[in-house]
Design a protein around this ligand. Structure first.
Ligand code: FAD
Ligand code: FMN
Length: 757
């Protein structure tokens, strides 16, 4: 077997060494364009746990890498003259040059034919190879020679960076941020051997241009960076090893490939996938790819197609996971200006948790005193005398004081007859109010019979509704500390459909009523085409909202939410996917917002001034050409200007063509963006189910409140149980249940101590 590996970076060298060692009879060649000892870049970092697989695959190389490592434990964040240090981060740095030397030595010793100074320009270089390994980095010539056949996606990001070195020996992994007249600059710096540290400087493309760095060359760029970050360099120079480059500033490309092999060619390391340098995982992924591919080829016999498939199966998920974390991280750095408005304490916490891989309790495990400090700071900001878990800090909106940040998200229960919430609702909402959430929501409550989604939906349009809701509100206020929000809505094009546990969003089998919408576009081919609303229809519906709001105020609800999400009437005006009107209510976003804003203003006018209002929006349609997160910022801005106190940030459900990307807290980035770009309060929702999620979101300032839906169906006492799990005792259980609390806490402590379930 003749194996040609193009590229003598970490991936190609390690792969070749392992394969040749496993199958000495194979001819293994590495073709590398650089000379030995040439390398771009400076040091690379690994997190402590990443090297276990390398140790198992090749103890000797692992030992050589280990002995060249500089270990450190803390991450330091410098912002606005303040320094925050979080320990327990466990990183190791190594010079890229030293790493390449170690891997080259391993390859040569194993008998690999390593040919330096040879550039591969086309297939002729592979000769009669049985296997061609494309380990030639992110811009892989081998991959590009196949045109589109690998299904390559290149996501070109918004920052420019320059990879420099310095003799300033940072003691921690150091981040520093400086705001200039051109915009924000970030420094990522860490020591990688006894003499040198890496210093990567990064800024937005527009900042880079404004600062004149596009044409500054290496000397001008270094002078600029030295001046901005002078206080961290302590008189040490920044140096470059890339004087040969015409443009020393690069753009990061996130590379993905639909397939990693084609015939006898297989992609390895950066040629297959890249992960932004801010999570320090590219080299680790490259080395782990190498282990997997070498093992599969070594044991495959002649069936290389199966070996390639097994390699891809083994690696793809791990790569995807890290690429997701890397995307969160790089987006954070692209948006430093958004977070620059946070107070330094919160800025640092937001940075440390940016990839969503490290949660609040994990951070505490790593460095208890750092997290205690954050909690103490958060508590003081809420005028609390001592630290509490972030979710238990109070929150104020107008005259409404919430005792914590947990919210029962609005959820249709489809259990009303003629819109009347009966005893089921008293028990359902009553139990959840007693379960500890600071705020509970009704489901979307319809402002007219036709405004219901299904025949089982709740209403606020008949006198009987007011009486029924009043009884539930009175119970919640008398028997719990929870505040109670009314969500008002109109189903629009998604009305006249079946109960949630029947065929959701499908028309009724019998007894359908006509539905309204901005345009005659049905939600799906099986749904009714809505009646296109006239201006008179809009005025009527607006008055129905007003009437419902007045009824809600008389019932004693504490907050009113206007439902402008999920494709229901007001949402269907906002998204261009369902609104194709040509009058003043269609066209531009401003026009599409006109009717929802008219309804909002009319409702705000009758809703008591001391009580807050929120608006639920779909921050993206998850459909090309639909609402995108940047539109959501404008939508939020418009409602805020009209008097909304809180934006409840959901997404999707506006089109059957939507392709949402689910995951833990998957909608929280939209709430984060709106909150921190506009400086207004937001509520995050969507796959927030663990107390750690809520603590992290609140501590990082990604949102002000967290709405939890399905987890509350499984556990009405979600918040009380969260408090018990966090060892926080200062929550009010209903007095008749105190004996149950004591036993619950005791058993929890016992199972924590013994590890028993
Ligand atoms: C600024 C920056 C900082 C980084 N920091 C870290 C970090 O701290 N930790 C970490 O784990 N990762 C880091 N990375 C990522 C890391 O550098 C890569 O993920 C890793 O080097 C991938 O290894 P590779 O062998 O797949 O590719 P590469 O290291 O890119 O190696 C490819 C090799 O192929 C050679 N080559 C390319 N084309 C040809 C050709 N046509 N003919 C012959 N030879 C060719 C190149 O000269 C090169 O030696 C960083 C990346 C950047 C850009
Ligand atoms: C059964 C059910 C009914 C729902 N009804 C409503 C509703 O009436 N109004 C609304 O805005 N969202 C509604 N939602 C959406 C939830 O409020 C929430 O946004 C969504 O479930 C994501 O949160 P989760 O991951 O915590 O479940 C409903 C969700 C479920 C599961």
């Amino acid at each position: 077997m003749r194996v040609v590996c193009v590229g003598g970076g970490p991936a190609g060298l390690f792969f070749s060494a392992l394969l040749k060692r496993a199958r000495p009879e194979f001819e293994v060649v590495v073709i590398e364009r650089n000379q030995p000892g040439d390398t771009f870049g400076w040091g690379v970092v690994f997190s402590d746990q990443t090297l276990d697989r390398i140790a198992a695959a090749d103890p000797r190389t692992h030992a050589a890498i280990e002995s060249a490592f500089v270990h450190w434990d803390a991450v330091e964040v410098n912002i606005k003259g303040r320094t925050f240090r979080a320990g327990g981060q466990g990183f190791a740095g190594i010079a890229r040059k030293r790493l390449i030397e170690i891997l080259t030595a391993a390859a040569v010793e194993a008998g690999v034919d390593v040919r330096f100074g040879t550039e591969v320009t086309g297939p002729a270089a592979f000769g009669n190879a049985d296997i061609v390994v494309a380990a030639d980095g992110a811009n892989s010539t081998v991959r590009r020679a196949h045109g589109d056949l690998f299904g390559t996606t290149v996501d070109t990001r918004k920052c420019r960076y320059i990879w420099l070195g310095t003799r300033r020996l940072f003691e921690a992994f150091t981040f520093a941020f400086e705001e200039t007249e051109f915009g924000w600059f970030a420094l990522h710096a860490y020591r990688f051997d006894a003499r040198m540290a890496t210093a990567i400087v990064e800024c937005r493309e527009e900042t880079w241009r404004a600062a004149g760095l596009e044409s500054a060359g290496i000397v001008g760029s270094i002078a600029f960076c030295e001046q901005i970050f002078a206080r961290y360099l302590e008189g040490n120079a920044l140096v470059s090893n890339a004087h040969h480059l015409a443009q020393p500033w690069s753009v990061f490309n996130t590379i993905s490939n639909e397939r990693w092999s084609l015939g006898n060619t297989v992609l390895l390391g950066d040629a297959a996938h890249t992960a932004h340098f801010s999570i320090g995982s590219g080299t680790k992924l490259a080395l782990e790819d190498a282990i997997s591919l070498a093992a599969r080829i070594a044991s495959a016999g002649d069936d290389i197609a199966t070996a390639f498939e097994a390699y891809e199966d083994e690696r793809r998920l791990e790569v995807l996971r890290l690429q997701n974390a890397a995307r969160n991280s790089l987006e954070w750095f692209e948006n430093v200006s958004r977070y620059g408005t946070l107070e330094p304490e919160q800025f640092a916490y937001s940075l440390l948790t940016r990839s969503q891989r490290i949660g609040h309790e994990n951070l505490r495990l790593r460095d208890r005193s750092y997290v205690d400090g954050v909690e103490t700071w958060l508590a003081a900001r809420s005028s609390l005398a001592r630290a509490v878990p972030p979710m238990f800090t109070p929150f104020r909106l107008r005259g409404l004081e919430l005792r914590n940040r947990v919210v029962l998200s609005p959820m249709a229960m489809y259990s009303c007859a003629d819109g009347v919430p009966d005893d089921f609702y008293l028990v359902h909402l009553g139990a959840r109010a007693q379960g500890g959430a600071g705020l509970i929501f009704t489901e979307m409550t319809a402002v007219s019979p036709e405004a219901r989604i299904t025949p089982g939906c709740a209403g606020m349009y008949a006198p009987g509704h007011e009486t029924a809701w009043q009884r539930i509100v009175a119970f919640v206020h008398a028997r719990s500390d929870a505040k109670f929000a009314l969500q008002l809505g109109h189903s629009g094009p998604k009305g006249s459909t079946q109960l949630g546990w029947e065929a959701i969003d499908e028309p009724l089998e019998t007894g359908n009523w006509p539905v309204l919408g901005p345009s005659r576009l049905p939600y799906g081919p099986q749904n009714q085409a809505p009646v296109e609303m006239t201006v008179a229809d809009m005025a009527r519906v607006r008055e129905e909202f007003v009437r419902a709001a007045e009824m809600g105020a008389r019932c004693g609800f504490d907050l009113l939410e206007l439902h402008c999400a999920h494709g229901y009437l007001l949402s269907s005006f906002i998204t261009p996917l369902s609104n194709v009107r040509t009058d003043a209510y269609g066209g531009s976003l401003e026009n599409r917002l006109r009717f929802p804003l008219e309804v909002f203003a009319a409702v705000r006018a009758v809703w008591p001034a001391r009580k807050p209002m929120s608006v639920r929006i779909s921050a993206t349609d998850w459909v090309p050409g639909g609402i995108a997160p940047e539109d959501a910022v404008e939508i939020a801005r418009a409602f805020h200007a009209a008097g909304a106190d809180l934006i409840d940030v959901s997404s999707g459900q506006t089109s059957r063509a939507a392709r949402p990307v689910y995951g833990r807290m998957y909608q929280t980035p939209f709430a984060d963006r709106i909150r921190n770009e506009l400086g207004i309060a937001t509520m995050a929702v969507g796959n927030i189910y663990d107390p750690d999620h809520v603590n992290g979101i609140i501590a990082a300032g990604r949102a002000d409140l967290c709405a939890i839906a399905r987890a509350h169906l499984a556990d009405p006492y979600w918040t009380l149980h969260a408090a018990a799990a966090l060892g926080y005792r200062d929550v009010a259980w209903p007095p008749p249940y105190l004996a149950g609390r004591d036993q619950y806490v005791r058993n929890l402590e016992r199972s924590n101590a013994t590890g028993a379930p």
